[in-house]
Design a protein around this ligand. Sequence first.
Ligand SMILES: [Zn+2]
Length: 265
Amino acid sequence: MEQRLKKIMEKYQIIDSHLHLGVLGYMNILGDPDGSMLKLMEKYGLDYAVFSHHAALASTTFGWEKTIEALGKDSKLYAYIVFNPNHGDFGMKLLEENIGKERFSGVKIHPSWHRCYPADARYKRFWEYAHQNKLVVLSHSWNPDVANPDQKYSDPFLLADIAKKYRDITLILAHGGGRGAYLYKVLDILKENKNIYVDFAGDILLPGLLEDYVDAIGSKRILFGTDMPWSDIRYHLLWIEGSEIDEKDKRNIFGLNAKRLFKLT
Ligand SMILES: [Zn+2]
C-alpha cells in the first residue's frame, strides 16, 4: 500500500479542502494536534489544505485566535473563517475585515453545531454579504433522518434553497450531503445548481459512488476533502485513485478544482 500511496503523491497535485486543526474534547486528540496534522500533510504529499479550526467551530473569539495562530505555522495552510450565526456581529466583522486577505480563502458554516436553519434570520446578512462578495462557503450537510436531531439544520435541500436564491455564492456541500439515499438524492441538487460543489469528507467512501457522481455531473465540482483528523487520508487517496474514472477527472478532484476555486498559486 505504501508504494501505491507514494505513486499517488508523486503523480497528483493534492489539495485537501476540508480538514480540521486543533483539539476537540471528545475526540481524545493527544499531544500537538496541529504539529501532527502538518506531519501527515507532509507524509501524504498535500500541496495545500484549507482548514477550519475545531476551536473556531466551538467558540468565536478564542477560535479566531487559534485560527490566526495555526495559519502562522505553515504557508501550505489556508483557512476558512467560521461564521457562527449566534454571534453574528462578531462573525460579520471578521468577514469584512479579513476575507480574501492573507490566506483566508472561504467561510465554513455548521448549521447543526450552531443549531440554526440556513433560512433563519440570523444567517440573512451573512448570505447577502457572501453573495455580494462571491464567497466560497463550505457547509456541513447531512440527511435529517438520523439519530442526531441536530442534523435537521444541515439538510442539503435547505442549503440548496439558499444557493438558488444567492447565485453568486459557491456553496460546497460537505460529506456528499449525508448518508444513505441522500448521497444520491443530492445529485439532483448538483445537476440543477452549477454554483454547488460537493466533497466526500469523512468516511463516505462507497464503492461506485465517485463513478456515479462523475457520470452525472462531471468532475469539476467535486473536491478532495478528508475531514482529518476524523478520518484517515489513506482511504481517500486510494478511493479516488482506484475509481474507474478518467485521469483528467482524478486530477480535477485531487487538486485542480480546489486550486481554481480558492485561487491557490
Ligand atoms: Zn469536517
